[in-house]
Write a protein that binds this ligand. Sequence first.
Ligand code: NDP
Ligand code: MG
Length: 381
Amino acid sequence: MKQISLLGATGSIGTQTLDVIRNHPEAFRLAAFSAGRNLNLTRKIISEFHPALVSVADKEDCARLKTEFGDSPVVLYGEKGMVETAVYAESDILVNAVLGSVGLLPTLEAIRAGKTVAIANKETLVTAGHLVMDAARRAETEILPIDSEHSAIFQCLQGENRDEIERLIITASGGSFRDYTREQLETVTVKDALNHPNWSMGAKITVDSATMMNKGLEVIEAHWLFGLPFEKIDTILHRESIIHSLVEFRDSSVKAQLGMPDMRIPIQYALGFPKRLPLPDAKRLDLAEIGRLHFEKMDEERFYCLKLAYEAGKAGGSMPAVLNAANEVAVHAFLQEKISFLQIDQLIEKALARHNVIIHPDLETIWAVDRETRDYVASLI
Ligand code: NDP
Ligand code: MG
């Protein structure tokens, strides 16, 4: 029985993680979880799963839950509450399904406490991948990917030697606007952006998919998770989202992982690892029904955010933290209809251009860069 701490239980990945736990009471137990501001769902999760510890974003919500539930579960709030959830003594695994770089500190603390970390929260790896991977090496804990592309690569690498990898090929669905020209993108709305063809996800990552920043963040995420230089990480447009990514080895053999687009597959693989568990209500892959799979070269001018992400990744140091912070603020502003879709990459480019890269930034430096970038981008909006 694996005891699980889950950050971001009320989100898209969070609720699908709960579904996996619900389907396997013999294998998993929800020991602790954090939520943001969705109090109604938080109440339901407490009543269904009876965890020992819960954390919410705000102090007032924490007080409300304490009044309603008495002393079980223990209820905490804010950053400290998220960290306590992540390092909860009874837990074996931290599932980080929170949104944005707020996931960084709890992840580092969980690693230091010797927990296995199953990570969906790509902003954490993009912002401070060197610190996360370094902490994991020191603590000798595993970082297991949940993001479908990285889970695919991780699955392809089972039984392989990492020094025999020639290249990673990360597939991209293309998001909501894959067939739009840049001119057509000028007038797209939030509603258009949130209409993803293949995946149902949280709002931020759905916009990231439409700008292709999601693929850029994933390239940087792959760089840290698999320890490969950016020259060995390629992307390809694959509109069906059936092949979740590929690995080419030095003998030119290529392995791929396939499946229907269902995030519960990679979530369950990470939780169960190294065991595969059944997923009874999953839609099976029927290749004859699908018929054809398509692949296209990525256009870097069309998907400008991907180019910015490669540049930031190659610059290294503090640059990816700038990329991420600028993107978080810009996407938030787009979702609030304060800026247009194409202003997202313009704001990010400005933030990257004015930053002088700091090599080997420690956590304090990263926080400072993150804050400064957020303030700068906010001042432009
Ligand atoms: P959602 O927006 O659906 O969920 C985010 C979760 O984080 C919610 O539980 C939310 O709480 C909580 N949260 C948000 N902000 C804060 C905060 N400041 N403090 C504490 N908690 C907070 O996101 P997704 O599930 O879509 O994505 C989560 C992560 O997983 C992202 O990094 C994303 O890139 C990554 N990912 C997502 C995939 C998907 O299919 N959705 C696929 C691969 C990766 P509440 O709602 O209660 O306010
Ligand atoms: Mg992905």
